[in-house]
Design a protein around this ligand. Sequence first.
Ligand code: C5P
Length: 222
Amino acid sequence: AKQIQIAIDGPAGAGKSTIAKIVAEKLNFTYIDTGAMYRAVTHKAMQLGIQLDDSEALEKMLHATKIELEPSINGQLVYVDGVNVSEVIRSNEVTANVSQVAAHANIREVLVAMQQQLAADGAVVMDGRDIATHVLTNAELKVFMSASVEERARRRYLDNERRGIQSSIERLQEEIALRDKLDSEREASPLIQAADAVYLDTTNLTIDEAAEAILKLAYDVM
Ligand code: C5P
């Protein structure tokens, strides 16, 4: 089969990573979770006590940081300066702050270059917010995945429960709505559906149904 790039964008909790992982596995493509990179930068900055509105300090830190993504059976592992941060970058604290860090154009520039490099040598499924619009503008398949905010909060709640993280649905709904707002209204590469992306509403789809829908679209362009 042809080696293609699949870009999956959408708001928080729409099921992008879960579904992208399945699609990548079925096609034997590399899965790249770009949100993990923004989370990794946010986590390190918080640990160092760097002000998250200080884009210069963040950039300086980033230039002295090694971020490595490693494919794994569970999708993808993230290492920062050699330390596996795959779990800690999912904390509520990082989640609450990541959109602020991701709003800095200079930080995005560095991470986008890394993402393009990672996708350069082959078939990938990449998920994020600006993949179709900025990172892989020539991707053969672009999907904009969404779901109602209630459903997305419900999924995050169940997800957290599985990870042993306590949360309330109401708070999650607020958190998700706020993150969507910040991600959609920022100046640098805001979350927006690309003109040539297929819209996929997963509100009433199971994980398998959503993955099937994308696989079908992928086979059409392969
Ligand atoms: O996908 P995930 O929810 O892990 O992404 C965390 C945050 O990283 C998003 O809310 C957004 O602020 C930022 N992000 C981004 N561009 C991407 C991926 C993630 O701005 N391509």
